[in-house]
Design a protein around this ligand. Structure first.
Ligand code: NZQ
Ligand code: ZN
Length: 386
């Protein structure tokens, strides 16, 4: 097992009716900027529950944070927050709203330069450099509610970049599974697939004798396989959604990656596909992962065989069992309604391969757990997606 340090300051408040806890969790003296998206919270009672809980608090609203939150939109919120003397940020929504709120919380007090420097990580934020952030999660998928990561898009330059800072771990996150009951099926599908791939990124590398982390990762994968299809059913079942919600948070609250190598190549490539072609985040991953794993099967052989045996109950060894496990995973995604080929989105794999290759080449990017994936290999992987 590799050396590691673990830090996670986020208080999780989980369960039915817990939005009312906001009144204990947000300081009464706070001047709150409540951030949300395109309005889903106004159709499922979440908006009213937040306002009821915080009746009497000084609260200003900022709506319109879009999926794949845009830098220019967030700059409006930052200017509003500075003007109104905001000192607490509350995000109510999915990963995009929470990621956007992280930049808002860090951007309002940031005086030293351009806010974009926070996203490029040139700003070197320290703990305490952002306003406190609380969240009410309505979409299980990203685990942004329990980590210090934020992914920001900049449509004007077709960029999408992830950044991390200990300054933006939420101080609390409320996870009420009933808030997910209004999710469109497509978003449930996206959430299951995104969470599943988060685990694979932290698991399908090479063994370092981290016995507990492997079993934790496998436990999350099996849980997602168990509840994934049921989570699509209507009417929604509380326990199914609760298990899905906690599995998605656990997939990327940075516990299972402790002391183990990580990959993240699928995410880095997927972010470029979203920036160029507008695919949903989870869609951008599902058209890459099956091909990346097969392309990298020698490098990842031990863990892929373990995955086949322990997660899918397959017998055997070598390439045959790896192929069978990747096929099982792909079929699982397809059963959820998730396409797994670039051509399913009418994207030409050769063209996508060249665009992403050129961008990584210009940035001199190397990906994978051993930096073994260079831009030419990225292109080979994307060309397989048909
Ligand atoms: O905007 P509203 O009206 O709220 O509608 C949203 C949005 O249209 C809707 N929605 C959310 N909760 C709902 C609901 N509709 C009905 N009922 C509800 N309860 O769902 C749509 C998608 O929301 P979004 O927040 O974009 O989805 P998700 O949570 O999948 O977040 C995706 C973003 O997170 C980033 C992605 O790159 C992408 O930008 N990621 C963040 C990570 C992190 N912070 O650690 C890691 C991930 O790998 C990922 O990169
Ligand atoms: Zn993801």
């Amino acid at each position: 097992m590799n050396n590691f340090e673990y830090f996670n300051p986020t208080r999780i408040v989980f369960g039915k009716g817990q939005i009312s806890r906001l009144r204990d969790l947000v300081p009464q003296s706070a001047s709150v900027l409540m951030c949300y998206g395109g309005g889903s919270i106004k159709h499922n009672g979440v908006y009213e529950q937040v306002l009821t809980a915080l009746a009497g608090w000084e609260l200003i609203e900022f709506s319109g944070i879009e999926p794949n939150p845009d830098f220019d939109t967030l700059m409006h919120a930052i200017r509003l927050g500075r003007e109104k003397g905001i000192n607490f940020v509350l995000a109510v929504g999915g990963g995009s709203v929470i990621d956007g709120a992280k930049l808002i919380a860090a951007g309002i007090p940031y005086q030293q330069g351009d806010v974009w420097d926070i996203v490029t990580m040139d700003a070197k934020l320290k703990r305490g450099d952002a306003l406190p952030l609380g969240t009410v999660l309505t979409l299980p998928a990203t685990a942004s509610e329990m980590n210090g990561t934020s992914v920001i898009s900049r449509r004007s330059t077709q960029e999408k970049l992830g950044w991390f800072s200990e300054a933006v771990f939420p101080v609390f996150s409320i996870l009420d599974p009933t808030t997910t009951f209004t999710l469109p099926i497509k978003q449930v599908r996206n959430g299951v697939v995104d969470a599943y791939i988060h685990v694979i990124e932290q698991y399908a590398t090479y063994p370092v004798n981290a016995l507990l982390q492997d079993r934790q990762a496998e436990g999350i994968l099996i849980t997602l396989q168990t509840v994934g299809e049921d989570a699509l059913k209507q009417p929604p079942d509380y326990d199914t959604r609760a298990n899905f919600m906690w599995a998605a948070t656990s997939a990327l609250n940075k516990l299972i990656n402790k002391g183990v190598p990580e990959d993240w190549a699928t995410h880095r490539i997927g972010h470029e596909l979203t920036a160029f072609y507008g695919l949903d985040h989870a869609e951008s991953l599902a058209v890459v992962l099956p091909y990346l794993l097969w392309h990298q099967r020698q490098q990842k052989a031990d863990k892929l065989v373990q995955y086949a045996q322990r997660v899918w109950g397959l017998h055997g060894d070598g390439e045959a069992v790896i192929r069978a496990a990747i096929d099982k995973m792909t079929l699982f995604f397809n059963r959820l309604g998730m396409p797994t080929k670039l051509t399913d989105f009418n994207i030409n794999p050769d063209e996508a391969a060249e665009r992403v290759r050129a961008r990584f080449e210009s940035r001199q990017v190397l990906l994978g757990e051993l930096n073994q994936i260079d831009p030419d290999i990225v292109a080979e992987i994307l060309r397989m997606s048909q």
